[in-house]
Design a protein around this ligand. Structure first.
Ligand SMILES: NC(=O)c1ccc[n+]([C@@H]2O[C@H](COP(=O)([O-])OP(=O)(O)OC[C@H]3O[C@@H](n4cnc5c(N)ncnc54)[C@H](OP(=O)(O)O)[C@@H]3O)[C@@H](O)[C@H]2O)c1
Length: 338
């Protein structure tokens, strides 16, 4: 029986998450019952939503229970199967958590999905052709709904979600302007992802200064904005929005450690007759097939080449996760487990 090293949530953070919130332990993988599949994880996905689950607070999802394996998306290979639809060697994506192996009840709809790795590398099923990509698709297509020639902005533009928003908006003929932290991320967003422009928010001391830079980059104003960050970035964008513009509120990472993120000019929602709508991608399972098809085509054809930051080994997950919450990742944050 394989030894499984895993990370559980040991205690809850009081402000910033720390490595001391997690505990590493090794257990034996259990033997399989009928309908179950043993998966060896190749990659674990680290995502900002995990920070919210660490709190015992009212949210759209239940808190991560203490002492249990941290929640997380995984890709890997089937090593043993007692389910007729899965065989050893199959490449699969699931929610295996922060551990090297998982036993999955494959009779549960959607618990485990087979994927093909001929055109799309396995790790991308946790990023551009997985949950973050579908998140980008939903916010852009269903909320912003941009028309060719319109200007779309996106914050955390070099990240897993932000980079996909850019690729999808370019494919729809939009002018796309990113907002990201630092010159390297901005150069990547423009030169490799093909955005029309990218603004380094760290060069601006306040939202008024950032709004000036946005005015230059968006000479016809902003028709749609995809928000991943909140705070100063959102305040600056709001000042440059056009009448009947749309904001897809996807994330507010600047406030995930618990600090309030006040909005400077909410009256602009009225003045500009804006649509400001939050969403949770897992509540829109009906759009996943369509979104994954488009994202798979963009990645498979090389028109969208997403970037990854890969930490090595399960024990590196807590530090890598804390780095993600501080913007130290560059593209999709993964942990390689084999
Ligand atoms: N609503 C949904 O269903 C849903 C689903 C998935 C993800 N999300 C949200 O989408 C957003 C992006 O997620 P992702 O997985 O693509 O992550 P990511 O963008 O790959 O990584 C997070 C990035 O946030 C940026 N950031 C900006 N301000 C920050 C601040 N004050 N503190 C820390 N980081 C800051 C950093 O980039 P810079 O260095 O450029 O600042 C960092 O690299 C997150 O807010 C996440 O919660 C929502």
């Amino acid at each position: 029986m394989a030894q499984n090293t895993r990370i559980v949530l040991d205690n809850r953070p009081t402000s910033e998450a720390t490595p001391g919130n997690f505990k590493l332990e090794t257990v034996e993988t259990p033997s399989l019952k009928d309908g179950e599949v043993l998966v060896r994880h190749h990659y674990l996905s680290l995502d900002p939503y995990m920070r919210g689950r660490m709190n015992d607070a009212k949210s759209y999802a239940a808190p991560q229970p203490l002492g249990e394996v941290m929640i997380g998306g995984t890709v890997g290979e089937v090593v043993e199967s007692r389910h007729p639809r899965f065989a050893p060697g199959d490449a699969v994506v699931g929610m295996g958590g922060w551990q090297q192996y998982s036993v999955v009840d494959a009779t549960q709809p959607g618990a485990l999905r087979k994927v093909e790795t001929t055109h799309v590398p396995l790790s991308h099923y946790l990023g551009a052709v997985g949950m973050p990509g579908v998140t980008a698709w939903y916010g852009l297509v269903k909320i912003i709904d941009p028309k060719p020639g319109q200007t779309v902005t996106v914050s955390a533009a070099s990240g897993a979600v932000g980079s996909a928003v850019g690729a999808l908006a370019k494919a729809r003929g939009c002018r796309v302007v990113g907002i990201a932290g630092g010159p390297d991320k901005c150069a990547y967003v423009k030169d490799e992802l093909g955005f029309d422009d990218c603004i380094d928010y760290r060069e601006h001391k306040d939202y008024l200064s950032l709004a000036k830079a946005l005015k230059q980059a968006c000479p016809h104003g902003i028709d749609g904005h995809f928000e991943n960050v909140g705070g100063m970035v959102l305040d600056a964008v709001m000042l440059r929005t056009n009448a009947f513009s749309r904001i897809a509120v996807c994330g507010m990472i600047a406030g995930y450690d618990g600090q309030p993120l006040p909005m400077a000019n909410p009256a602009l929602i009225l003045v500009n007759r804006m649509r400001v709508e939050g969403f949770i991608v897992s509540e829109h399972m009906e759009i996943w097939p369509e979104a994954l098809t488009e994202l798979g085509q963009l990645v498979g054809s090389g028109r969208f080449r997403p970037r990854e930051t890969v930490a090595q080994g399960i024990e590196s997950a807590p530090e890598a996760f804390i780095g993600l919450l501080k913007g130290r990742n560059f593209g999709k944050q993964l942990v390689k487990l084999v």
